[in-house]
Design a protein around this ligand. Sequence first.
Ligand code: MG
Length: 376
Amino acid sequence: MITAILCAAGSGARAGFAENKVLREWCGMPVLSYSLSAFAPFCDEILVPCRAEDEAHVRALCAPFPQARPVRGGAFRAESVLFALREAKGDIVLVHDAARPFVKAETIARCIRDAGEYGSGVCAVPATDTCVLAENGLMTAALTRGCVFQVQTPQGFFTKDLLSAFERAFAEGTAQTFTDESGIYAAYCAPPRLTQGDRGNRKLTYSEDFAPAERAGFGVDTHAFAPQGDHIVLAGVRIPSERALLAHSDGDVLAHAVTDALLSAAGLRDIGYHFPDTDERYRGADSMQLLKTALAMAEERGFAVRSLSAAVLAEAPRLSPYIQTMRASLAAALNVPLSQAAVAAGTNERLGYVGEKKGITCYALVLLKLNAAVIR
Ligand code: MG
């Protein structure tokens, strides 16, 4: 029988959160739910040490897994694990940081195999950076890189061995000096066996770890032609045209599509919400200024633009002589190199409203990257 202990008794202090980080939603699901789903197929019992104030929340997240339940957490990690170990019914126990949601099934399986075969299986990966020892800012020794590993979780053991190591560490008052189970096991039981971990099995520690590195947003806009005029404006570029585009603003249909894509990627409401065409302030507005305002709003949320891909559908006027200028204008407005701003233009083969020269439609895809450790 196998027991998993998913450590969830933290406070989120290092991430700067007011709440427990493993209860936080991340990419559509609370962080803890990823580990619960990963361990459930392997484990007969899942214990989740947590703080008293989080117990109801943890219990709700455990509900879909009949073998999972919260247990009382301690004042520090080792105490939380000790409390859970005392309740564990499995002969093998896997201790895992609930803040490592990316753990793979193969990693859990290897950990269980080694724990069963050798009495311990501690997931670890070889260090890729050179590691040194230092004191007061001075390097005191270089470590042989081939001998240095980064220890992860899960860490699997025979429950009785780990429990007795923990009881001794607590009896001797050393428990708080260890940062993980392998340290206590090594000190009071035997050298733990390392199991091949996985580089993707990283721990969400700081607030920036919680943000997906990139977010995409899509935007589309259409404007109809007016009966007359002598130019249109696309991406702030004045282009001769037999008819203008009807609009409250300057009718820059390309800038509008890009603005909507940008707002969408930043998780903000659309252009009509932020710059309503009923507002006199936006009469004849320079849409590239609105785009820059939208960029400032995205930047305020910690984002920067990585790339833009836009397409213009127009039967007339001919746009190819202006494409490079439009690209340069958008690249400058979005603060990206020219190579990261693409604009394509095409006709609609005389089909539909575009083909009948009744209007122009633009599509845009904006990719944002997280620029700072600012998550709101
Ligand atoms: Mg528009």
